[in-house]
Write a protein that binds this ligand. Sequence first.
Ligand code: DX5
Ligand code: ZN
Length: 255
Amino acid sequence: MVARSTHPLLPTPVTPPAGQAFEQLSATLEARGPVVLPALLLCDFGHLAREVERLEEAGAVGLHLDVMDGRFVPQLTYGLVVVEAVRRAAKGPLEVHLMVEQPETCIADYAGAGADIITIHLEGFSDPRHARTALQQIAALGARAHLAISPGTPVDRAEPLLDACDGVLVMSVEPGFGGQAFDPAAVEKLARLAALRAERGGSFRLAVDGGISTKTIGLVAAAGAELIVAGSAVIRADDYGRAIRELEQIARGAA
Ligand code: DX5
Ligand code: ZN
């Protein structure tokens, strides 16, 4: 595994190497079934470290970070400096969901900032060969390479890239905002990806992001989702622990 690069503007990462975090996450998936990854998007950024601590104490086995550049999607959220701050506060693995134009230009920086999973959008590339190169770049930097597909992108477009993916993230809302309604078309996409994986003996993980709640999590878990991102369903709950436990219990009952 290649050592993490360090961005010149960032301090040296102090966390354990990415591989260790994956082993923990994989072991949890094998032992307990699907997991919820809370998305920080709607959390209290004025008390970021406290929010990270609260989520991990509440049982979150990993966190999902939505990086938006105001161009690939309308909203501008945060970038490297915040990811690095979360990395310092968190013990568990971080998924960095890049909703940015030209993601290939910043992959090395996010790997250096401590991302354990880097998720890039297929729609960010005009040529799928460039998406393959970017996925390979992520893997070479020691992070897990996940490919996201937006609601309008059929699974068929991702199919030629599956061998280069450690995971596929099916978006069940248009990327850009938290708190949107779940698009049920994601269920069929997850089931199709699970079937393709079984046919080919692939090992990529199935992930889903957007509109997850106690009403929708059973549907995606039954279709094969393993890494289930939940933003508002956790962050808008008074008790993070209760929200995560309830969601995971439904997911595990349905998987
Ligand atoms: C949307 C983001 C999601 C968002 C999920 O573009 O990718 O990760 O934070 O929020 P909910 O669960 O509220 O849809
Ligand atoms: Zn996301």
